[in-house]
Design a protein around this ligand. Structure first.
Ligand code: FMN
Length: 169
């Protein structure tokens, strides 16, 4: 038997994703770092993302009902850290990071050109889980770098070096 002890409760589920969520409301675009995210079903294809109501992005997603999930690779580390520590309330994060924005095709929101995979999502419902509101959303379209997609349309995720964002301690 291994020796066990109790540990901190929050954020104990691993591995965890680190994604950038992009959104738009009333002509304003924004992005934020999100780790409360997961696949949430395949029929229909769905994801779930958790946003804290105090985030500037929160009301944008709540009002627009759409967002894009951008997958994050190691080369995007600085972008992720910046988007996860600065608020769109105070600045245009796309401009500050010199990010190229692309237009989603099924929803009214931007996605990141630098993201190897971007998932267009439409909110179908939400649940409050204490600190976060978990937005469940159908996947409406997936953009992927051409070199990642095989002849059947499947993304070769093994070609990507996903970000592992380390927090203290
Ligand atoms: C590693 C990391 C993970 C984060 N995960 C989440 C998350 O799951 N949900 C959330 O609402 N905020 C999360 N944040 C915080 C937001 O990204 C951060 O507060 C951001 O500045 C909010 O931007 P906004 O005010 O422009 O919406 C995370 C930040 C970091 C650094």
């Amino acid at each position: 038997m291994r020796e066990k002890t109790s540990a901190v409760l929050s954020n104990s589920l691993r591995p965890r994703p680190d994604v950038l969520v992009t959104c738009r409301y009333q002509g304003k675009d924004n992005l934020l770092a999100v780790t409360c995210a997961a696949n949430a079903g395949y029929d229909p294809p769905m994801v779930i993302v958790g946003i804290v109501p105090s985030r500037y992005s929160y009301h944008m997603i709540k009002e627009s009902g759409v967002f894009a999930v951008n997958l994050v690779t190691e080369e995007m580390r600085d972008i992720y850290a910046f988007a996860g520590s600065k608020s769109g309330r105070d600045m245009d994060k796309f401009q500050a990071l010199s990010l190229t924005k692309r237009e989603c095709v099924k929803i009214d929101a931007p996605f990141l050109d630098i993201a190897p995979v971007a998932i267009e999502c439409k909110v179908t419902g939400s649940i409050r889980t204490g600190s976060h509101e978990m937005f469940a959303a159908t996947i409406e379209y997936v953009h992927a770098d051409k070199e990642l997609v095989d002849e059947k349309g499947f993304i070769r995720f093994s070609k990507l070096h996903f970000l592992t964002f380390k927090e203290l301690p």
